[in-house]
Design a protein around this ligand. Structure first.
Ligand SMILES: [Ca+2]
Ligand SMILES: [Ca+2]
Length: 443
């Protein structure tokens, strides 16, 4: 037989002293006096001119099922108080309906010297003092599942100023008995307690787990009234907190740094070396957990290695955007440079540095613009200005003479010079170009 804290019988002496509070402050106290309070049947106040209080306490019980099938007991304290002497009253029956209980026992209590059973209790008229009588009704029932019993404690009694006008009344007091199935709590806690190492889990998920476990353990201690809904929610939350324990992520700091080294444009690299980089980037897996750091380190290493192994395939000279240089895409020569330039500035390359090697006569046709990458000249673009053959940047009589000499085979021109000398663009340097030079660049 098990008792919860709230229905465990108090020592009789304490009960007697506490009776006034039960009646005045108890969960259910009904005062019967002419026209004072509403009543269940709406009629019974009419013949009452003297006061009696009926008390029923408590009206809520909660039991916790922890075994396959358990027997529970509870007590209802039923009190009748006659507050005035000139009064007749008699309790006929007091029954509890709605519960299949095993047995019932009545125990008289309170300050009455004579033990009355409520089935035949008479509130005497002759003693002339206010009195209180009370009885404990003890019920025992068995349960094997969660249940809420909505019961009715029905009191039939007669009351009145005297026997002649006493009438019968019925008072029905709702009693709730809840059986909460606690059997799932212990296994859930036991299962949760199997987790003993938390270093790999995120702080947030561990905090949730700890809170859920603490709540479940508190419920197991049976220190507070808890409903089936609350209990089920606690079990559910505990299970959820276990399954949602989340591993910390691996450290991706070095990998992020490696990714920043990857060029945004891979089109100037050899396809094979660019593909290695692309493959390494595509292979990045952000879901690795704290104990999989080696895997992340390997990804990082491959990205860095692939970037280091990139092979540049296309070197390009980059001209200033102000139009001061003109590159003939067809011939590949720089055909226009700033006037009277003493040096060529503002030129860059997509990779490496730019160095300029002037022609024998300065900045002009034949001047070499070199792209230097990793200490080596990887590409050279020449200046070839139409009409300037000697390379000083101007088209004048000295250049005309060189075209004349070249046209008859006295001198040989470099390819940049030949391009500058072939003024009619027919692919040959001859007298026609010389004549054209004289007309175009008169001295
Ligand atoms: Ca010249
Ligand atoms: Ca020509």
């Amino acid at each position: 037989m098990k008792f919860t804290a709230q229905n465990r019988r108090l020592p009789r002496r304490v009960c007697a002293l506490a009776m006034t509070f039960v009646l005045l402050l108890g969960a259910v106290t009904f005062a019967f006096a002419g026209g004072v309070m509403g009543t269940p049947d709406g009629e019974w106040n009419n013949n009452l001119i003297h006061r009696v209080n009926l008390g029923v306490s408590p009206t809520n019980f909660t039991f916790y099922l922890t075994e396959e099938r358990e027997q529970f007991s509870f007590e209802i304290l039923f009190s009748a108080q006659k507050s005035e002497a000139d009064f007749y009253g008699k309790i006929l029956t007091a029954t509890l309906s709605g519960l299949d209980y095993d047995y019932l026992s009545w125990t008289p209590s309170g300050i009455a010297s004579t033990p009355y059973s409520p089935k035949n209790a008479v509130l005497p008229v002759e003693d002339g003092v206010a009195r209180t009588w009370s009885w404990y009704a003890s019920y025992t029932f068995t349960a094997d599942k969660a249940e809420i019993y909505n019961l009715s404690f029905d009191i039939r009694f007669v009351s009145g100023k005297n026997l002649e006008n006493a009438e019968e009344h019925l008072l029905s007091v709702p009693i709730t008995v809840s059986v909460v199935d606690k059997r799932g709590l212990r296994p859930a806690i036991t299962e949760a307690e199997k987790i003993t190492s938390f270093e790999y889990y995120t702080d947030a998920s561990v905090a949730r787990y700890n809170a859920a476990l603490a709540s479940a353990r508190a419920l197991l201690e049976d220190t507070a009234v808890v409903s089936q809904v609350q209990l089920d929610a606690a079990i559910s939350e505990l299970n959820a907190s276990v399954s949602s324990l989340t591993y910390k992520s691996a450290d991706y700091t070095a990998l992020d740094a490696a990714l920043k080294r990857v060029p945004s444009d891979l089109s100037d690299y050899s396809p094979a070396s660019a593909k290695r980089v692309t493959d390494a980037v595509n292979a990045v897996d952000r879901t690795k957990r704290i104990f999989e750091q080696d895997s992340v380190n390997a990804m990082t290493q491959e990205i860095n290695a692939a970037v280091d192994a990139l092979v540049v395939q296309n070197f390009r000279l980059i001209l200033p955007e102000d139009g001061s240089y003109t590159l003939n895409e067809k011939s590949g020569y720089i055909t226009d440079i700033p006037d009277d330039a003493a040096e060529l500035t503002g030129l860059t390359a997509n990779f490496g540095d730019v160095s300029v090697t002037p022609s024998a006569n300065g900045i002009g046709t034949g001047t070499a613009i070199n792209i230097v990458y990793k200490g080596a000249v990887v590409k050279t673009v020449y200046v070839s200005i139409p009409g300037d053959i000697d390379g000083d940047g101007d088209a004048d009589n000295a250049d005309f003479l060189m075209i004349m000499n070249a046209s008859v085979g006295i001198i040989e021109l470099s390819s940049a010079q030949a391009a500058a000398a072939d003024l009619n663009g027919d692919g040959a340097v001859d007298a026609i170009d010389a004549a054209t030079h004289q007309l175009t660049y008169p001295s």
